[in-house]
Design a binder for this molecule. Sequence first.
Ligand code: F6P
Length: 485
Amino acid sequence: MADKERMIVVSNRLPIILKKRKQKWSVEPGAGGLVTALSPVLKDRGGMWIGWPGTRGRINLSGLRKILGPISEETGFRIVPILLENGEIDNYYYGFSNSIIWPLFHDLEALCRFQPQYWEAYVRVSDKFAAVIAKHSTEKDIIWVNDYQLILLAGSLERLGVKRHCVFFLHIPFPSPDLFIKLPWRKQIIDELLRFSFLCFQTHRDRRNFIDCARSFYPACRVVGRGAIVELEIKGHTIQIGSLPISIDYKRFRSMASAKEAALRSREIRKDITADFLVLGIDRLDYTKGIPEKLRAFARALEKYPHLQGKISLFQLIIPSREGVAEYGALRDEIQKLISEINGRFSTTAWVPILYRYGTVDQKELVAMYRAADAGFVSSLKDGMNLVCKEYCACQTDYKGVLILSEFAGAAYQLRSGAILINPYDVEATADALYYSIFMKEEEKKNRMRRMCKSIRERDVYWWVNNFLRAAAGKELKDFPEAEL
Ligand code: F6P
């Protein structure tokens, strides 16, 4: 494969934010780490990004293309939108993707709704994406497919008779065979994943689970090699299977957090909070994030260690998400009820234990919040990686913050030498971990945070993109201290 193969990134959602105000659409480039990391590569290779702009209802495609034109100039690569009908959004996005694969792959099979019409829509939308990719690409391009919504894409292209070099990264966990076996379309999912020439997971655990599931259908398959990239000989051919943890733009977060503006804003945030010790939780509204578990552990710490009352507060920011899935609305109600119970029980005229905000904040405010907090608290029941914990570390300019991190987040392996690891189901131990992080000696805090920052700095999102593309091209990985991963 030539170094400068044109790259086409495909993901369910486009890296843009579309807003409709007074009947007029406006568009801005997305701010996530993936966009930041991929933009220079796409620019350099003259690539494009294909996906759904997240719109529902009637929208004129040629009008949309017109507003996307200037954004493409700004980003330096083309943005190609795929519109979804309402039925497709309900059955493919909310249905198969977010009511089957999402809960199952996060070990929550009781939340799955195995509806056959969801599968049909999942196949149909994949074919729809394939037709657009076929039109905009050639055999020489590399097609980088992202995430669980588009597992069938390499197969859809093949069925169209279109030959393409397709590679895949799964951003969420891959479940163990015991759970995966519940999926009525389990064999199709394995077979379709095996059509990619390079399949990459966040962690060794996810890759091992995938290989174990594939082996249950193809017992004669063979793994060759060790380390981050191995070969899987299966069904008469060989594919590369990797495990590479996604990351953040460390330098960008660090320099934003080091700016005067962030220092001023973080002081303002602290001035409004009467507690001496501020714990910060930032999560997308999702049942995988363990938010009720976090709140219960926080309340348990106040109960078990009464001298903490009045001294610590938790600021919990919840970012709205997938409002069309019933469980998400119910979760929001449960969280709000729990917060008012805890605040009702412990608040005084001078102190509120849990400060809560439901909504989005811009990156400057986010960075100031990270900087203002004495501890970051991530309690996911299962998480592909979790970037909030990496962002929190990057913003600890004085290295004094403590990270309390669920051992079920993909990031736990990389950050295990610095984080206080918790099992979010264990309310007593999590309450104790909170207590420990409050009274930890400053020297220990700094040593732990320095170790985490070093690891995140050395393996930032650019490192991840470069190594993903090197592995996809069959090249050796670069800057890869294997022992640490
Ligand atoms: O973690 C998987 C993921 O798809 C992320 O890439 C994304 O930020 C998040 O879930 C929310 O996804 P969406 O709002 O597109 O369903």
